[in-house]
Design a protein around this ligand. Structure first.
Ligand SMILES: Cc1cc2nc3c(=O)[nH]c(=O)nc-3n(C[C@H](O)[C@H](O)[C@H](O)COP(=O)(O)OP(=O)(O)OC[C@H]3O[C@@H](n4cnc5c(N)ncnc54)[C@H](O)[C@@H]3O)c2cc1C
Length: 460
């Protein structure tokens, strides 16, 4: 130990790194965190938090419209983007300060610098200073990926820049079909922009349940968003103040901004991984075992840089488990199954467990229960929207193995349903639970009729 300056050196002060540092320090380790940009990482600075604040902002337009049916007359609402962004920036700065204060409270030393590996025990900082550590944790996150080089690619921005726009774009083209792309499409549309979403696949939200994907696409169209699937952006040209986006079919779209949200790649470049011999997995993230240990025994990696499940609570759980394993005397593997997740689109999505398709590929017998209904609030508001819910049940033992919801508060609902699914609740447990009336969620415990499932349709 004597030839080490610290017990643990954490590269990256985001969700995973900060949690790991704090817990390791609480177990008595001497810890240093290096952060090259702002403490808090993607989630706090340019991800979940500022995004959710924009989502809240974007939903007021619908609320103002809906109010009329309930007897309110609301004067023509006026939206001011600089006010929103200024307030979001202040909240982000407050959270950054809170994260920094937490590190100080736990006596974790913070170095505001880029850090790279020089060898398995040495980290080099931007000023050339070297720190020797017994254990190193890589928690460098991920970065937006722009795809193949196309003419005019420099004109495209990523979600990072979306939080820094001076004005709300009157028209925006967004390329991508994942959750970040659809969330931003709904945010901009809600705030009043004319939005075109361009996605190369046959439908948005690949990996989600097909019914959810179709439902959201229809709802987005109903809210005036143009969803163009089966095409890619082939080129972007500047024409005076605007941009002209040419699609793979030759058609063009004029807009004030073009955003790419086609995926994020683990931050592994230039870190010295090759020098040390750290192996990458096929997907490009650092290969780790269930304790987040890399191919080098004293070097661990957590969060998006490992490209397992790229979500904040997962990065936090992995960081916490790493610290408990290495410093708390409590080896803790991380269970990546049944991670509940939300898409803050409009309407919102909440999912946990298997999609119908996954279940039909993996299980001998699948029972599907689904319902689609008009949310009560939409009756008086007159809004053309529906809520949809699906339960995927293992037909062999009645266990609920998947829940898929699209509609108001789906993110909140799925957090609670996630507990039931994690506890292996059966459909009979759902049925035995008394409904809460009048809510949308009561439908979850009152679905009795089996719907036609892939498996059954295929068998018939
Ligand atoms: C627009 C957007 C919306 C999102 N919304 C959600 C959501 O609603 N819910 C959810 O769960 N997840 C969401 N995510 C994903 C979530 O933000 C990430 O999964 C999470 O932040 C990963 O944490 P991490 O610790 O792995 O990495 P990060 O939080 O990215 O932290 C990595 C840190 O390392 C620093 N760093 C990188 N390299 C170095 C280096 N060499 N030296 C020093 N510092 C370095 C970076 O500056 C960064 O601060 C969203 C992401 C984006 C982009």
């Amino acid at each position: 130990m004597a030839d080490h300056d610290v017990d643990l050196f954490v590269i990256g002060g985001g969700s995973g790194g900060v949690r790991a540092a704090r817990i390791a320090a609480s177990h008595g380790a001497r810890v240093v965190v290096a952060e090259e940009y702002r403490v808090g990482g993607t989630c706090v600075i340019r991800g979940c938090v500022p995004k959710k604040l924009l989502v809240y902002a974007s939903r007021f337009s619908g609320d103002f419209e809906d109010a009329a049916g309930f007897g309110w007359s609301v004067p023509e609402p006026i939206f001011h983007w600089p006010t929103l962004i200024g307030n979001v920036d202040r909240e982000v700065a407050r959270l950054e300060a809170a994260y920094t204060a937490t590190l100080e409270r736990y006596k974790v030393a913070l170095v505001k610098s880029r850090a790279v590996l020089e060898n398995a025990h040495t980290v080099r900082l931007a000023d050339g200073k070297r720190v020797r550590a017994e254990t190193i944790l890589i928690a460098t996150g991920a970065w937006p990926h722009y795809g193949p080089k196309i003419p005019g690619l420099d004109h495209a921005m990523s979600s990072n820049e979306a939080f820094k726009l001076k004005d709300l774009p009157r028209r925006i083209v967004i390329q991508g079909g994942g959750y970040i792309a659809v969330e931003f499409a709904c945010v901009f549309a809600g705030l009043g922009s004319e939005v075109t979403l361009v996605y190369r696949g046959e439908n948005i939200l690949r990996g989600f349940d097909d019914d959810i994907r179709e439902h959201l696409r229809n709802e987005m169209r109903g809210r005036g968003i143009t969803v163009t699937c089966g095409h890619t952006v082939a080129a972007i040209e500047r024409a005076g103040e605007e941009f002209v986006t040419r699609l793979s079919d030759g058609s063009t779209i004029a807009s004030d901004k073009v955003m790419f949200a086609i995926g994020r790649r683990p931050n592994v470049t230039g870190l010295g991984l090759e020098t040390v011999g750290i192996k990458l997995a096929e997907h490009g993230g650092i290969a780790v075992d269930s304790y987040s240990r890399s191919s080098i025994a004293n070097i661990y990696a957590v969060g998006d840089v490992t490209h397992r499940v790229n979500l904040t609570p997962v990065a936090i759980r992995e960081g916490h488990a790493f610290a408990d394993t290495v410093y708390g005397g409590k080896p803790t593997p991380v269970d990546h199954t049944n991670v509940p997740t939300a898409v803050f689109s409009e309407p919102e999505i909440g999912v946990v467990g298997l999609t119908e398709q996954q279940a039909s590929e993996r299980l001998a017998k699948v029972d599907i229960y689904k319902t689609s209904f008009r949310p009560m609030k939409a009756t008086l508001s007159g809004r053309a929207t529906r809520m949809f819910m699906k339960l995927v049940v293992d037909g062999s033992n009645n266990q609920v193995v998947g829940c898929h919801i699209i509609g108001p508060d789906a993110g909140e609902l799925i957090q609670v349903l996630g507990i039931a699914v994690k506890m292996r609740a059966t459909k009979a447990d759902f049925d035995a639970t008394m409904a809460v009336h009048p809510t949308g969620a009561e439908e979850l415990v009152t679905m009795r009729e089996k719907a036609a499932s892939y498996a059954r349709v295929a068998a018939e």
